[in-house]
Write a protein that binds this ligand. Structure first.
Ligand SMILES: N[C@@H](CCC(=O)N[C@@H](CS)C(=O)NCC(=O)O)C(=O)O
Length: 228
């Protein structure tokens, strides 16, 4: 029983990272297929999964395709109830769903101004008021989860869950753009950067050369904070 997961460029595709973490962090079997996100072949690569148009897309072992990270997350959680994608506790699960939904539909300033880029850090990025506002709320949501359910573990709900999957690219943005966050939030960011699955994803991405480089900024670069 193996899934097929269709993803875009690992260095830049934040939704693909989420789709892959849902599989990798919960030990679900999947064959990964690269889609030509920045070339002209994306439509061709996804044609057999119509009406899917964006990545990630998951194809079940039965051959059904589902697109959109939220739909993929719920599909996997339903099909693998013992894998622990959502927290076991009902009230933790409710908050986790809120955090995931909020990420899926919001934080537009952060997403627009700070596209995910796992290649390096940008030095001297000046966050807009909108980005700072998004960060403030994200920190409040993280703190609420950690305070009530985080325990001693590094993750939002103690054990790694879908909530961490959805905020992994936010952690990457905070690291890449050196965004100002509290010590507690910085520790959570660091947990993602050190996570073996996240590091594997980033290392695989570094092997793929994409030209011209997407999402360039008129800023100096510095090395990624965690060594390869
Ligand atoms: N709501 C979708 C967003 C997916 C998405 O925007 N994927 C981007 C890559 S990160 C994409 O496929 N972009 C190609 C395009 O817009 O043509 C999800 O949750 O999966």
């Amino acid at each position: 029983m193996t899934y097929d997961l269709y993803i875009g460029a690992r260095t830049y595709s934040s939704w693909s990272l989420r789709g892959w973490l849902m599989i990798a962090k919960f030990n679900l079997p999947a064959k990964v297929h690269m889609v030509d996100l920045y070339g002209s072949d994306m439509a061709r690569d996804l044609a057999h999964l119509a009406p899917a148009r964006l990545v990630p897309v998951l194809r079940t072992p039965e051959g059904d395709a589902v697109q959109d990270t939220l739909a993929i997350a719920e599909t996997l959680a339903e099909r693998h109830p013992k894998a622990g994608l959502w927290p076991a506790d009902a009230s933790a699960r409710m908050l986790a769903r809120w955090l995931v939904a909020e990420m899926h539909s919001g934080f537009g300033n952060l997403r627009n101004d700070c596209p995910m880029n796992l290649a390096h850090r940008w030095v001297g990025f000046e966050p807009s008021v909108g980005v700072l506002d998004d960060l403030k709320w994200i920190e409040e949501l993280w703190a609420a989860a950690r305070k009530k359910f985080g325990g001693d573990g590094p993750w939002l709900f103690g054990e790694y869950s879908l909530a961490d999957v959805f905020y992994a690219p936010v952690a990457a943005r905070i690291a890449c753009y050196e965004l100002p966050v509290s010590k507690a939030a910085q520790a959570y960011v660091q947990a993602h950067l050190n996570d073996p699955a996240f590091r594997e994803w980033r290392a695989e991405g570094a092997k793929q050369i994409i030209l011209p480089k997407p999402y360039q900024m008129p800023l100096e670069t510095a090395p990624w904070p965690v060594a390869d």
